[in-house]
Design a protein around this ligand. Structure first.
Ligand SMILES: NC(=O)c1ccc[n+]([C@@H]2O[C@H](COP(=O)([O-])OP(=O)(O)OC[C@H]3O[C@@H](n4cnc5c(N)ncnc54)[C@H](O)[C@@H]3O)[C@@H](O)[C@H]2O)c1
Length: 256
């Protein structure tokens, strides 16, 4: 799918986007730059992040990359400071980086548990903490990528669902705490998206497939650009009335 331009929608704006080396993060970073934003693009994968920078060449907005592990509080604060130093301020924070695993809950190792909490919760929280003072200066906004897994139970993905439920509550509670300011905070809750995350998702053979089947729909999976499109709407001034929302983008998965 080619990148859609809403010409100039983000002219003069700066966005910090995580997970920008792949999938939703890359599609969002490129679309923001296509629509005029200067983008500070973070990811832990240096090689793939450099590919994102190559893809952004020639777009109206400037895209600058920084290799960052969002599970580190220090790296989150340093990345926000560097983005503000680079572009003079911050208008949009896109918390997109995430990891997922499928496994029997009794087989989750402590290392895997802590890694998922670190990337999917700590990263989101500390980037919000670091970014909010700058976003307040520019009447900016935060878009967190949650998941259908944050609003429904999923067998064999207990830890992942815990992290995405936390993203939902992070979004709502921040929205309420800052409701008397111009800051907007929202989340998008996608269903299945054809990205590396799904390609690498290995469900153990010995699970109860009836339980797994309850978490699918007959409709085709989304493309990363479908989520980037909603992201750019929510992050833009067109969505000025949207605050504290958990926006489904899941082909009806959570409707039934
Ligand atoms: N793909 C799906 O079906 C699906 C569904 C619902 C929600 N989501 C969510 O969408 C978001 C994007 O996922 P995606 O599908 O594009 O996956 P993806 O694997 O294509 O991209 C995720 C990116 O996050 C980066 N990342 C991982 N750990 C990191 C860390 N510690 N620091 C910085 N970057 C890190 C990866 O390197 C990768 O580039 C995630 O939050 C995911 O949970 C995905």
């Amino acid at each position: 799918m080619s990148i859609v331009h809403v010409s100039g929608r983000f002219d003069g704006k700066t966005a910090l986007v995580t997970g920008a080396a792949s999938g939703v993060g890359r599609a969002t970073a490129l679309r923001l730059a296509a629509e005029g934003a200067n983008v500070y693009a973070l990811d832990v994968n240096a090689e793939a992040l450099a590919e994102t920078a190559d893809l952004a060449a020639g777009l109206p907005g400037k895209l600058v990359t920084r290799v960052t592990d969002v599970s580190s509080r220090d790296e989150c604060f340093a990345a926000v400071a560097a983005a503000v130093a680079e572009f003079g301020g911050l208008d949009v924070l896109g918390n997109i980086a995430g990891i997922a695993r499928a496994e029997h809950v009794l087989e989750v190792t402590e290392a895997d548990y802590r890694r998922m909490m670190g990337v999917n919760i700590d990263g989101y929280f500390f980037l919000c903490q670091a970014a909010i003072p700058h976003l307040l200066e520019r009447s900016g906004n935060i878009v967190n990528i949650a998941s259908n897994a944050g609003v429904m139970g999923l067998a064999y993905s207990v830890v992942y669902t815990m992290t995405k439920g936390a993203v939902v509550q992070l979004t709502r509670s921040l929205a309420w705490e800052f409701i008397k300011t111009p800051l907007r905070v929202n989340a998008i809750a996608p269903g299945g998206i054809e990205t590396n995350l799904v390609a690498n998702y290995r469900i153990p053979e010995d699970v109860d497939w009836e339980l797994v089947g309850r978490a699918t729909t007959p409709r085709p999976m989304a493309q990363a650009e479908d989520i980037a499109s909603m992201f750019c709407y929510v992050a833009s001034d067109e969505a000025r009335n949207v605050h504290g929302a958990i926006l489904s983008n899941d082909t009806g998965l959570t409707a039934g």
